[in-house]
Unconditional design. Sequence first.
Length: 339
Amino acid sequence: MFLGMCPVRISFSGGGTDMPEYYNEFGGNVVTSTIDRFTYVILNLRNDDLIQAFSSDFQIHNPSATLEKLKSNPGMEIPIASLQYFNFKTGVDVMISSDVPPGSGLGGSSSLTVNFVKTLSILNKLKWKNEKIAETSFHIERNVLQHPIGKQDDYIASFGGFNFIRFTKEQIYVEPIQINRSTFDELQENLVLFFVGNTRKNTVVLSSQLQNVKEKRKETIEALHYVKGLSEEMNSALKQSNITYFGELLHKGWLAKKKFTKGVSNENVDKIYDVALENGASGGKLTGAGGGGHMLFYCEKSKHDGFIQKMEDIGLKHIRFKFNNDGPKVLNLYDYSGK
């Protein structure tokens, strides 16, 4: 029995510039970090050639069948596509779960895909590097499952840590952001995460954004150029321990992100954001494509008591988190049971 664990992420700046349709022409970059919330994959090898899968997140069961006859129920697309990509014909019981609900804007789908790719590569005795894990995961999501995503989520889940990731047509560079410990701790203390609710499939928002990029719509392209510059500024500010400016850059980035396409924000999200600014936050953003999920705010710790209480009063759930430096891990549970 094998257990795969892979972190989810919070993207702070530059999201959207990680789509190949944009960065192949203009280059892109993001500031992003994994956090201490995870997706989990358990693979229990069987003595036959049948494969069945269970998901606690979607509360569904994919009935047992051989790989050739395996059909994917809604919510099982990633496990089934991953098994089929690796041509994994060994019988196996698959169980998946996550610390975050699907569609919550924390990169859970990519984390799960990276988790499967990492775990299956090890079972197939493939010594893949992080980049190979990321590119394979992106291929499964984008080309096999037709999810209109960029590459940042697959890369941050594969590498782990607090990173400035640069995207070019030729290569992708993952650069750990060097921050002194006191600044790192203060930044973590000042970031407050809330679950808004209204989890959603991000396909509609991302498909619209992708189409705008392909059509080179002026407002979308200019907004992407702008957030790309903001992520460079954020990287520089962090290196200089200027975390107050970090909060201001979150605010500027959120205003620009709303110009990507319709559906990024809505009346309820805008009201929540306004309440946050009125009660101590200097900036914030939705953590995913838009519409719902989680919202992140920068608010100095001295203001937390009143700020958090106010946000909970309007129906949000405070989610405590910490930065995490790990990428995907795979444990052979038999090693821990003495068998």
